[in-house]
Design a protein around this ligand. Structure first.
Ligand SMILES: Cc1cc2nc3c(=O)[nH]c(=O)nc-3n(C[C@H](O)[C@H](O)[C@H](O)COP(=O)(O)OP(=O)(O)OC[C@H]3O[C@@H](n4cnc5c(N)ncnc54)[C@H](O)[C@@H]3O)c2cc1C
Length: 300
């Protein structure tokens, strides 16, 4: 039996949900990617840690993902274990504090906060990621950002579970300490919110969603904004000024609705998307002398 066969057996014996040689495209909002040797779907922190430790013992690399809404999988897939957290969906509300497992949908969290009469997470409504992905990316929108409401997290560092205070996350614009150390896994996070009026919270959330529908190409698969916002500027504006709106490489296209989004028009490969991203970066550098930094994580 090869290393994947024994690993799969270990997962089966532990009762952990997993598949072998499954396409990753369903696990990425770009709907692109080859197969992973194993995809594991733990339903608790204990299962996640077991899955990662068993892979380590077998000499197999791992990557932990949430909803795949800020990443691009390679056409060749992933020769290792992809741990998908979306079945880890436990939420606990205690006064103004909400504790959420890493796989909880960020949009669902915003809805639960609203139902509990808690304000702060309205900005999260419509961000199609998980709590773990939001903490990793310091996700934000419409003036709100994860860092403003995060109180702390439980983090597995490859050896043991540690409690991180807000400052330990080292959050800045679309960046965190997790992006610098791939061993670190967010298991759950605590958010501290303010009491608020349910109707006002609802209204704010609806207006954010309406703005998304109006401005973003939600009708096509994408990974959201492709590039980080350059200082004192907007990636979409620079790309549009370079005449690249609608420009395509294979099935990948700079959205005609919002130039900051690369979309999958149908049948795009990771090569198409990477080729388009490079072309946009080169053109914007030539035209504006600004280096656009990719926000999307490439997993290969
Ligand atoms: C239509 C659309 C609109 C979007 N709008 C916004 C927006 O308004 N604001 C915004 O900030 N983003 C936006 N995004 C991008 C994306 O939704 C966010 O970055 C989100 O936080 C990613 O969460 P995820 O669970 O999908 O992470 P994934 O894409 O699954 O992963 C992203 C990175 O986080 C890591 N990761 C995920 N979970 C964990 C974990 N538990 N522990 C350690 N590492 C982990 C992964 O390894 C990967 O490197 C949008 C995307 C789309 C498709």
């Amino acid at each position: 039996m090869n290393k994947y066969g024994s690993l799969s057996l270990a997962y089966r014996e532990a009762g952990i949900k997993h598949t072998e040689n499954e396409s990753l495209s369903a696990y990425s909002t770009f709907r692109v990617g080859g197969a992973a040797a194993i995809i594991v779907r733990p339903s608790s922190a204990d299962e996640l840690i077991f899955a990662v430790e068993a892979a380590k013992r077998a000499g197999v690399r791992t990557v932990v993902i949430g909803n795949g809404s800020n990443l691009l999988f390679a056409d060749a897939g992933f020769d290792g274990v992809v741990v998908v957290t979306t079945d880890m969906d436990r939420v606990e509300i205690n006064g103004n504090r909400i504790t959420a497992a890493c796989g909880v949908s960020f949009t669902r969290l915003a809805l639960l906060a609203r139902d509990a009469g808690l304000s702060g997470l309205e900005f999260a409504y419509g961000i199609p990621g998980t709590v773990g992905g939001a903490v990793f990316m310091n996700a934000g929108a419409y003036g709100g950002e994860t860092s403003q409401f995060l109180a702390g997290s439980q983090v597995y560092d490859g050896e043991k579970v540690r409690t991180y205070a807000l400052s330990d996350h080292k959050l800045s614009y679309r960046h965190s300490t997790f992006a610098e150390n791939e061993k670190l896994i967010v298991l759950e996070s605590v958010f501290e919110l303010m009491p608020g009026d349910r109707a006002e919270i609802s209204e704010k959330m609806s207006s954010f969603m309406a703005a998304r529908r109006e401005k973003q190409p939600l009708e096509f698969p994408s990974a959201g904004s492709t590039f980080k916002r350059p200082p004192n500027n907007f990636a979409g504006k620079l790309i549009e000024e370079s005449g690249l709106k609608g420009y395509s490489v294979g099935g990948a296209q700079v959205s005609e609705k919002h130039a900051g989004f690369v979309i999958n028009r149908g049948g795009a490969t990771a090569e198409d998307i990477l080729g388009l991203i490079s072309h946009v970066q080169d053109t914007v550098l030539k035209d504006h002398n600004i280096q656009l930094e990719c926000e999307i994580k490439y997993i290969c």
